[in-house]
Ligand binder design. Structure first.
Ligand SMILES: Nc1nc2c(c(=O)[nH]1)N[C@H]1C(S)=C(S)[C@@H](COP(=O)(O)OP(=O)(O)OC[C@H]3O[C@@H](n4cnc5c(=O)[nH]c(N)nc54)[C@H](O)[C@@H]3O)O[C@H]1N2
Ligand SMILES: Nc1nc2c(c(=O)[nH]1)N[C@H]1C(S)=C(S)[C@@H](COP(=O)(O)OP(=O)(O)OC[C@H]3O[C@@H](n4cnc5c(=O)[nH]c(N)nc54)[C@H](O)[C@@H]3O)O[C@H]1N2
Ligand code: SF4
Ligand SMILES: [Mo]
Length: 704
């Protein structure tokens, strides 16, 4: 019996693995833990199936002259890759090699990946899929609070609140066990959900006095400015807090003065009276009015926009107006997504970061980390390109010529896929490490088979910033090795003198040191403390430090300790509606599938439950097109076109079409999405673009 955590999302539900009757198999049972309270979702219950899927990668593969991927030895594959890397770097320089990481990797793998890029490959071009995920919230919290930790408080704190405003989060499907923490708020009539769809989460507002604000896609910024306007105008703000804990209280008034609710109604479609009511419910729960506490939480629906950073900033400003951040039982938080979406962004996979959430542009940080790595600070590269910019540069005249992918299936999950495929095609070398032959692995020149969750030790950092132990229950099958072995094998072949340990415990010891003194300081965390069950939320700057479950109680992470009020204003979706593309295409998740679906589409129960892509449309749209339930729909945007089966439902706004992004090939909605970026976070606008929808003539089989 082994205690560990679910491989998938950032809730990191606790599980126990028991040996099963087949070799290499285990069965999963939920375990009591504060975040999941003994619960698991369907993905968690069935996660063990991915360990033994029939097409599990079990040996390295190299593409032969006939263009087929064929099994080979580790030595051959590593030699091959190292030789190609050396030749490409000799011709085109160190930056001709790029690395793409993932927020599902353990802290140890993520840390080693960043070091591998900077020290072994000596390239600046490293970034990861977290750029697709919570980077807008990270950018906004960094500039307002000086620290980015998704939830700067334990999730269980939310249970006591009087109101929670969820902006663009469908937590009932994306973290089902977490709904338990909303019971009190629902009962208090304080659940407020902003979503253009009547999701399972929005439905949680219906049995009590909650409010679903079914706003037009891409208009959260206007909505939140109006909520703040009401708070200020009705004298509901916490003026003492604003004066004491923020740098520019007047900035709040200036930036929201013009957003009276009637104006916001015209932009968002949410009635002005509903906006006023929501603002009052939220304010009544704030500590300044003697309420039980209030939270504002954002998800990808608010963040994955070309204005995501500003939208989150507006949410933070509203929280500041109500005096929430840093108060016990209140606050602002971003609901991080991937299993290690939090830790994955702290230890150096990001183009501009070094371990410990240090900036790669800060001379002191460079000197410190170079010291730990045993290299000259001047040899460390500077900041590289962000994920989408990196992908768009692949194979261009000055761009990278080789790419290593560890923990992402980007030919399904990146925006504007036709161009992603072109860029990957233009590479001289694509190396993919994965557990299964994902759509991206199938395009590679070299595929490395790697360990997955139940086969490895390590740590993950959950949405609360709590560091958790992942424990190996099984030996990996066949020739499978950890990503750590790939970094070590290539580094050694390139003649790199720095150490690349393959034992995760040893990597963690180095990570502790590298993070010491940084924002995300793990130096006081030891595996034995974690194994003893200590709840360690970072920063943990010393072994006798109990960790930091709640940040900002006395001060924010800014130089003067005050939160920054940053004036922001609404702007439309980049690819906005036109006469020819009159609807918004919105993308997101289903309960049954995880991300690109590489893992969950291989689990029979999940695949049978949601086998193929569909498009939710409103009955009015269906009627205008003469479409019935299940009929094929053609969706066309400025970037591409696809066919999806119609699901006709009043749960979606009449101006909105929803398509999940979990499917590859012809079912990939990212053929259609826009790769325009938020100027600050470099996050692509996955959540909204203009689309034309038409009835697709069914192809009839002609009898022979
Ligand atoms: N089942 C499942 N769970 C997951 C994952 C998964 O793939 N599957 N992935 C994990 C990861 S990495 C992440 S990042 C999280 C994501 O978790 P969520 O943020 O909850 O997931 P999404 O479905 O992407 O988006 C949430 C909602 O945003 C809405 N939305 C779309 N456009 C807008 C808009 O303009 N404004 C507003 N307010 N809402 C909008 C969508 O209708 C959707 O219901 O989930 C994690 N958990
Ligand atoms: N249209 C649209 N697109 C989106 C989104 C959206 O809402 N709409 N959401 C975005 C978001 S929030 C995210 S997080 C991304 C996620 O999208 P991806 O980056 O594609 O994430 P996954 O599908 O989880 O891919 C992880 C891959 O790593 C493999 N893997 C698992 N463990 C390991 C390991 O330890 N090592 C290695 N080397 N591989 C491993 C898995 O098998 C899988 O193939 O998608 C983004 N794309
Ligand atoms: S909610 Fe997330 S962590 Fe929990 S079982 Fe489901 S996928 Fe796993
Ligand atoms: Mo994500």
């Amino acid at each position: 019996m082994t205690e560990t955590h679910c491989p998938y999302c950032a809730l990191q539900c606790a599980t126990t693995l028991h040996p099963a009757d087949r070799p290499g198999a285990v069965s999963v049972q939920p375990r009591q833990f504060p975040t999941n309270r003994g619960g698991l979702c369907r993905k968690g219950w069935t996660a063990a199936e991915v360990l033994t899927v029939p097409d599990r990668l079990t040996s390295p593969l190299v593409r032969n002259e006939a263009g087929e991927l064929v099994a080979t030895t580790w030595d051959y594959a590593l030699d091959f890759v190292a030789d190609r890397v050396r030749a490409l770097q000799a011709e085109s320089g160190n930056d001709s090699i790029a690395v793409f990481g993932g927020g599902g990797l353990t802290n140890e793998k993520a840390y080693a990946l960043g070091k591998f890029a900077r020290v072994a490959l000596r390239t600046k071009n490293v970034d990861y899929n977290g750029r697709f995920c919570m980077s807008s919230a990270a950018a906004a919290t960094n500039r307002a609070f000086g620290i980015d930790r998704g939830l700067p408080f334990p999730l269980t704190d939310v249970a006591g609140a009087g109101a929670v405003l969820l902006v663009g989060s469908n937590i009932a499907e994306t973290m089902p066990p977490a709904v338990a923490h909303l019971a009190g708020v629902r009962e208090a009539g304080g659940l407020l959900v902003v979503d253009p769809r009547r999701t399972a989460t929005a439905q949680l507002t219906e049995d009590a006095e909650g409010i679903h604000l079914q706003a037009t896609p891409g208009t959260d910024l206007a909505l939140v400015l109006a909520l703040t306007h009401v708070v200020l105008q009705e004298g509901l703000a916490d003026t003492a807090y604003l004066a004491d804990r923020t740098d520019d209280p007047d900035g709040l008034f200036r930036s929201t003065a013009a957003w009276w609710p009637e104006r916001a109604e015209r932009v968002t479609g949410v009635p002005a009276a509903t906006i006023r009511r929501a603002a009052r419910v939220l304010a009544a729960a704030a500590p300044v009015h003697g309420g039980a506490g209030a939270y504002i939480l954002t998800g990808r629906g608010a963040e994955q926009h070309s204005k995501g950073t500003d939208t989150v900033t507006a949410c933070i400003n509203l929280a500041l107006a109500l005096g929430l951040p840093g108060r016990l039982g209140s606050g602002y938080g971003c609901i991080t997504g991937q299993g290690n979406g939090q830790g994955g962004r702290e230890h150096g996979q990001k183009a501009d970061q070094l371990p410990g959430y240090r900036s790669i542009s800060d001379p002191a940080a460079r000197a410190y980390v170079a010291g730990v790595w045993g290299v000259d600070p001047d040899e460390l590269p500077g900041p590289g390109k962000s994920a989408v910019e990196l992908i768009n540069a692949l194979g261009t005249p000055d761009g990278p010529r080789a790419l290593f992918v560890h923990g992402s299936n980007l030919v399904v999950s990146a925006p504007r896929l036709a161009s992603v495929r072109d860029r990957l095609d233009a590479l001289d070398l694509l190396v993919v490490a994965d557990v299964v032959p994902s759509e991206t692995a199938l395009l590679a020149d070299v595929v490395f088979p790697v360990t997955q969750w139940a086969e490895e030790d390590g740590t993950m950092t959950s949405l609360e910033g709590r560091v958790l132990r992942r424990n190996a229950a099984l030996a990996p099958p066949g020739e499978v090795r950890s990503d750590l072995a790939i970094f070590a094998g290539i580094a050694q072949r390139l003649g790199c003198a720095a150490s690349f340990p393959t034992d995760p415990a040893e990597v963690f010891e180095e990570l502790r040191l590298a993070s010491a003194g940084g924002i995300a300081d793990y130096s006081g965390i030891t595996w034995s403390r974690l194994d003893a069950g200590e709840a360690l939320f970072w920063p943990v700057p010393a072994e006798d430090h109990a960790g930091t479950p709640r940040l900002f109680a006395d001060r924010f992470g800014t130089p003067d300790g005050r939160a920054r009020v940053i004036a922001v204003d609404h702007r439309p979706v980049a690819d906005d509606l036109t006469a020819g593309t009159p609807l918004y295409l919105v993308t997101g998740r289903l309960l049954q599938h995880y991300q690109s679906g590489a893992q969950t589409r291989r689990v029979l129960e999940l695949a049978e439950s949601e086998p193929e892509v569909f498009a939710e449309i409103h009955p009015r749209v269906a009627a205008s097109l003469g479409i019935v339930e299940g009929a094929p729909l053609r969706l066309r945007t400025a970037r591409g076109s696809m066919v999806a089966a119609a699901r006709v439902t009043t749960d979606v706004r009449p101006d909105t079409v929803f398509v999940p992004f979990h499917y590859g090939g012809a079912g990939a909605v990212n053929e259609l999405t826009n790769d325009v970026l938020d100027p600050i976070s470099r996050m692509p606008e996955f959540k909204a673009c203009a689309v034309e929808v038409s009835a697709e003539l069914a192809v009839r089989e002609v009898p022979a």
